[in-house]
Design a protein around this ligand. Structure first.
Ligand code: ATP
Ligand code: MG
Length: 394
């Protein structure tokens, strides 16, 4: 029970007056994320959050894994807590990082003493721990510039902490500090990444997915559920609305010029998503569009799509290359799911020669054959939602 987690705060240390609010949200999120793993004492002091298990047998490996996905944490590490006396510190330093020190050739000590009553200052702690480890592990040499292993010793109010190098955290700012937005989610590579990127900036998510049965299958929808479940490990739980879109698409096919199918369909998606977003008290829409990727993602097409939305539309991938998007998708664990070969409603009824520079007046004329408002209303009425993500037992 002597092992704890140390979490370093990220960007939120810069947030002035809102800082307290941010910190409280973050502490709550950590509490919720870990609550089914056992009892923890979680507190914040000097830009570091300590997570101390209050019972034996807590799975700290799993706790660290979950914490690595919480936005607002820049770095984290497991640490060993020992009494504040030099003998205990020496013994702990020699044992806790033993495996790493065995394998290393070079090392250094970094010491910090925030409890000024401790009788040794930082250089003295470095000296003593260094000497002790050199004696215990004679194969080691000291390298202060590029050591294989760094042993950190921090003497704080409640005890002394021994730890190795910290791991990189998820970064960003805590979810919930940036408002709420509705992400238009397909089963593709891009939109889950877009959702993740906005969650990273503190945005709470609601998801809207358009399905066109029987052209799209239940398995295609299940794929989206699994994608969002991955995203929710970072963003927290969310609602996913599934909108039956077959009628809209069939009406477009029957009544509109073929070259405008895609742009008109996208405008419908925006309108429906915006209605759902309003119901869910969202302040923005999110899409996974990237400029120039396909015909519907030219500047003119994006502009023409935006005209039907009152809310701001966030497109975090707009300036990213596919390879950059894929790198993020791999990192967050959505890529493998995204490349499963299920159809998307966007890929049915695709025109042979879509307009890459749609002119708004022509698009509006193309739409004038449809009962736009009634169709949108029907979609919103028939949309069903489910909850995505794990519910922790409080
Ligand atoms: P993705 O990999 O996200 O599917 P894409 O490159 O395939 O993107 P499009 O199919 O043109 O691009 O879709 C662009 C954006 O429109 C998507 O990123 C997503 O935000 C939204 N979108 C596409 N299909 C759907 C759908 N079936 N339901 C909800 N939103 C969708
Ligand atoms: Mg797609």
């Amino acid at each position: 029970m002597n092992e704890i987690l140390l979490l370093k705060l990220g960007e939120l240390v810069l947030k002035g007056l809102n800082r307290k609010l941010f910190e409280n949200l973050l502490l709550k999120r950590i509490q919720y994320t870990l609550c089914d793993l056992g009892q923890f004492d979680i507190r914040l002091a000097q830009s570091t959050i300590t997570v101390v298990p209050q019972q034996a047998g807590v799975d700290l490996e799993e706790a660290a894994e979950r914490v690595s996905k919480i936005f607002g944490i820049a770095a984290f590490s497991r640490a060993y807590v020992t009494e504040k006396n030099m003998d205990a510190i020496l013994q702990a330093a020699g044992e806790y990082l033993g495996e790493e020190l065995e394998q290393a050739e070079t090392f250094k000590i970094e010491a910090k003493r925030s409890d000024k009553k401790f009788p040794f200052n930082s250089p003295q702690i470095c000296m003593q721990v260094g000497e002790y480890l050199l004696e215990k592990y004679p194969h080691l040499t000291v390298d202060v510039h590029h050591p294989d292993c760094i042993v950190y010793v921090e003497v704080r109010d409640y005890g002394a902490y021994i730890r190795g190098r910290a791991l990189q955290g998820a970064g960003g700012i805590p979810v919930g500090t940036g408002g709420k937005a509705a992400v238009l989610i397909s089963g593709g590579i891009d939109s889950p990444v877009a959702a993740w990127m906005m969650a990273k900036r503190g945005v709470e998510l609601t998801a809207v997915h358009f399905a066109s049965p029987p052209y799209t299958s239940e398995r295609a929808e299940d794929k989206v559920v699994r994608l969002l479940t991955r995203v929710s490990e970072y963003s927290g739980r969310m609602k996913m609305y599934t909108v039956p879109f077959t009628k809209v698409q069939e009406q477009i096919r029957a009544n509109c010029p073929e070259e405008l199918f895609t742009i008109i369909m996208r405008r419908f998606m925006m309108r429906v998503a915006e209605q759902i977003a309003k119901k869910e008290e969202c302040g923005a829409l999110i899409t996974g569009e990237s400029l120039g990727q396909v015909a519907s993602q030219t500047m003119q097409a994006v502009g023409c799509t935006d005209m039907v939305a009152e809310m701001p539309v966030f497109r975090p991938l707009i300036g990213m290359d596919k390879t950059e998007i894929i790198a993020v998708a791999r990192r967050i664990g959505t890529f493998e799911i995204s490349i499963e070969p299920y159809e998307d409603c966007c890929t049915i009824f695709t025109p042979k020669h879509p307009r890459t520079k749609p002119i708004p007046a022509f698009v509006e004329k193309g739409e004038s054959m449809l009962h736009v408002e009634a169709l949108v209303e029907e979609c919103v009425q028939n949309a069903r939602y489910r909850k995505i993500g794990y519910r922790r037992q409080d």
